[in-house]
Design a protein around this ligand. Structure first.
Ligand SMILES: [Zn+2]
Length: 468
């Protein structure tokens, strides 16, 4: 599907005409306007000691290498956004591998380092994940968590329809505590991103920047309450237009009672590796008394709930949790403050629970009463990706909000409650880029594959049900 087809399909003809007009207002014949847009976002984040992550198609990097290298020198993380701006769901796996490795080679030639990948249109499938692993990417940022901050019932029918089509295109998954966390799938880190993105709010719904700032702030408050990560999607082309909204979001994040970690996606990937190498050990001291010890990253903290704690100065945390800034504490609990799983439950369930930071042990059903939580899932968490996400979301919610005692490793480093990452896709730098995209996408999506594309697109829109 080329850009025109995509735009017409999701936005309609009139909106495409509007898009053309905005292209002329947001880009120039030179890189100047984009450089200033980058600057807006960089400057907004600087007072908070952070920087953005920009994803760039290789073809755009090839035409503007010094601009991108300069951004990287200024602390911006650069990730790969395809070779050209095409929908990978249209491509067989070998073609995805070929295009991604061609993109990676160009990044290396241009001496722009990278660790992450985000697909154009967030258009990933299982083959994309296999390709990322094969080519050594550390993470992807494609899973689109939808925050229901816009009620389609309040929109005119055409807009409501356009919003629905966007959600289909982005394969949106619901907002849950579990879905808002990074997670590892066969060695590939997946950092969820959030929608609606800036394109929906500014261009389709045409909301004023003050209102967008309030929507972003509301999402931040919800993500904070869930303790997850908010990955904002802000195309740098809207940097100037969105500056006020961005400032408002950053002020909301820094104004919460507990600190929010503002980080680039690459920083999150580094932390997640560090956290994965950190273990939590729970050992009985006496009847109803446990020694909880973290070993590994000094940036990790202990979080406990439903049990009196000694040996550490605790910090009050939302939902009845407490955070121990140190690496150990003693906890009163009638049962083991962690999760036991039955011998017949597959290792995949154990991996998911361990990644949440819980102490996880194996125990037979007869011993279940000695543990805060006992999980017996011989079938695993489900057959399809969607089933597994739903089951994991329910399980994590029950464990972390339940009445049973629990000790766990904090999700974020240095006593942070939640995380915020400002990211954006640099789809074009100049007006020329915008129009070259149309030709490039056609070249990288051969006609015979458009047929496959249409079918694959339809299948993925029916629901994401492929096997992990
Ligand atoms: Zn893009």
């Amino acid at each position: 599907m080329n850009l025109v087809a995509y735009s017409m399909k999701t936005k309609g003809g009139a909106a495409f005409g509007r898009r053309l007009w905005t292209v002329f207002t947001r880009f120039g014949l030179t890189e100047g306007r984009t450089r200033r847009s980058f600057q807006e976002i960089i400057e907004a984040l600087r007072p908070y000691g952070s920087a953005p992550t920009f994803f760039v198609p290789a073809a755009v990097l090839e035409r503007s290498p010094s601009l991108i290298r300069r951004a990287q020198r200024m602390g911006v993380e650069i990730g790969v956004h395809g070779y050209v701006h095409n929908d990978y769901r249209a491509l067989p796996k070998r073609e995805q591998v070929a295009q991604i490795s061609e993109a990676a080679a160009l990044f290396r030639r241009q001496q722009v380092s990278f660790e992450g990948f985000r697909n154009p249109y967030l258009g990933w499938n299982e083959d994309s994940l296999a390709a990322f692993r094969e080519l050594g990417f550390v993470y992807d940022s494609n899973e689109a968590v939808i925050h229901d901050v816009i009620d389609p019932a309040t929109l005119p029918p055409a807009l409501a329809d356009s919003l629905r089509r966007s959600l289909d295109l982005f394969q949106a998954i619901p907002y849950t505590e579990y879905n808002l966390r990074p997670h590892t799938e066969d060695g590939l880190l997946r950092i969820p991103t959030s929608i609606p993105d800036d394109e929906m709010l500014f261009d389709r719904l045409r909301l004023p920047t003050g209102q967008v700032g309030e929507i972003w702030s509301e999402i931040m408050r919800r993500v904070y309450a869930a303790g997850g990560v908010y990955v904002l999607n802000l195309h740098p082309e809207r940097g100037a237009l969105a500056r006020e909204a961005l400032d408002r979001l950053l002020a909301t994040a820094s104004g919460q009672s507990l600190p929010v970690w503002m980080a680039r996606l690459g920083d999150i990937a580094v932390w997640w590796r560090e956290r994965a190498a950190t273990t939590i050990e729970v050992a009985p001291v006496d009847t109803g008394r446990w020694k909880v010890t973290l070993t590994g990253s000094q940036r990790a903290s202990l979080i406990v709930r439903n049990g009196a704690v000694s040996g550490a100065d605790m910090i009050g945390w939302p939902d009845g949790d407490q955070l121990a800034p140190g690496q150990r504490c003693e906890m009163n609990a009638a049962v083991f403050p962690g999760v036991a799983i039955s011998p017949r439950t597959p290792a995949s369930v154990e991996e998911i629970l361990s990644e949440q930071g819980y102490p996880v042990v194996r125990a037979v059903a007869g011993e279940a009463a000695g543990y805060a939580v006992y999980v017996d899932r011989p079938e695993g968490l489900g057959r399809t990706r969607r089933e597994r996400q739903e089951a994991a979301s329910a399980l994590v919610h029950d464990i972390e909000r339940g009445a049973a005692p629990l000790a766990r490793i904090s999700l974020w480093p240095d006593g942070k409650r939640a995380a915020l990452s400002i990211t954006g896709d640099v789809d074009s730098v100049t007006i020329q880029d915008f129009f070259l995209r149309i030709l490039e996408v056609r070249r990288y999506t051969p006609a015979r594959q458009e047929q496959v594309a249409a079918q694959a697109g339809a299948a993925s829109r029916q629901g994401v049900s492929e096997a992990w």
